[in-house]
Design a protein around this ligand. Structure first.
Ligand SMILES: [Zn+2]
Ligand SMILES: [Zn+2]
Length: 293
């Protein structure tokens, strides 16, 4: 157990990747009844510093730190020890909210350590919430959600989070340090999130997912401005499916993630760019770089 590789018993990060992201899991979808209304957009009048920008900093793999116009800091899938992370990524002094898309170690990452250190609220599926509670994250800081829900994520702000489907699996592996026997726990489904921020911006973070047809429905329903999409292939969509996902979600800007961390993640930004609709702006920050909206 520790910061430098094994947060779940004796399984190394690399072993985790071999053990985890392999199978797709279809989870529930929203009903058609939701397709034509749009009551969720957070208006500028609801809060935040007018004119301030959203800053999205890529920290390698699928990790983003979002600094909001109202001064809040949100981490998504904080595997800050990933091989591509900038040197200062592990230095997390402030976090108001952590979103975890699923239990695989390359997404759960250092959630427990960061949550304990910063007192951040952690939003995820109920099953993974229970696991995090057992690991010592205070119950009062756990936001238990499920698919289709939208929750106020940081009290006193208009920031909200919608949990949407991802076609993927969600498991935590544990190796008994004495016997070396590997056991596993399924921790709910894998999900994606739509962040509704103070300035009205909506960011969709897909987590790990395959392409699926309801992205078109969700795009009409939630109208995100930005999509953070896995392009690495093998465990998730590759570049061409990710480009199709960006089209289906109807976003203005697409940001690739979950590529090049390991050799098996072969999808490239160049292939994504080739496949992406010319109406969609590609932003591909290097680890440590920030994109403003
Ligand atoms: Zn995964
Ligand atoms: Zn992954």
């Amino acid at each position: 157990m520790g910061r430098n590789g094994c947060t779940h018993g004796g399984v190394s990060r690399r072993d985790f990747l071999h053990l985890t992201c392999g199978c797709a899991l279809a989870v529930a979808t929203f009903g058609e009844a939701f397709a034509n209304s749009d009551p969720i957009r957070v208006t500028q009048a609801m809060g935040g510093s007018m004119g301030a920008k959203v800053r999205a900093t890529f920290l390698g793999h699928s990790i983003f730190r979002i600094d909001t116009p109202g001064g809040k800091t949100i981490y998504i899938d904080p595997w800050v020890g990933n091989p591509k992370a900038p040197a200062n990524a592990k230095q997390v002094d402030k976090a108001d909210l952590i979103l975890v898309t699923h239990g695989h170690a390359d997404h759960l990452g250092e959630t427990v350590e960061i949550a304990k250190k910063t007192n951040a609220r952690v939003l995820t599926m109920p099953e993974l919430s229970t696991y995090l509670g057992n690991q010592g994250v205070p119950a009062a800081n756990l936001i238990r959600m499920n698919l289709g829900g939208t929750a106020t994520a940081i009290p006193g702000t208009p920031i909200r989070v919608t949990m949407v489907r991802a076609d993927h699996s969600s498991t935590v592996f544990y190796t008994d340090p004495q016997t070396k026997v590997v056991s596993m726990t399924t921790v709910g489904g894998a999900v994606g999130y739509i962040l509704h921020l103070e300035n009205g911006l909506r960011i969709y973070h897909a987590g790990d997912t395959a392409l699926y047809g309801d992205m078109e429905l969700f795009g009409k329903r939630y109208k995100p401005d930005v999509a953070m999409l896995p392009i690495g292939d093998h465990f998730t969509m590759g570049p061409e499916d990710a480009a199709e996902a960006a089209r289906m979600w109807g976003v203005k800007t697409a940001i690739p993630m979950h590529y090049a961390t390991f050799p098996v993640l072969t999808g490239t930004v160049e292939a994504f760019k080739q496949a992406l609709s010319p109406q969609i702006t590609l932003k591909a920050p290097a680890p440590g770089d920030t994109v403003e909206f």
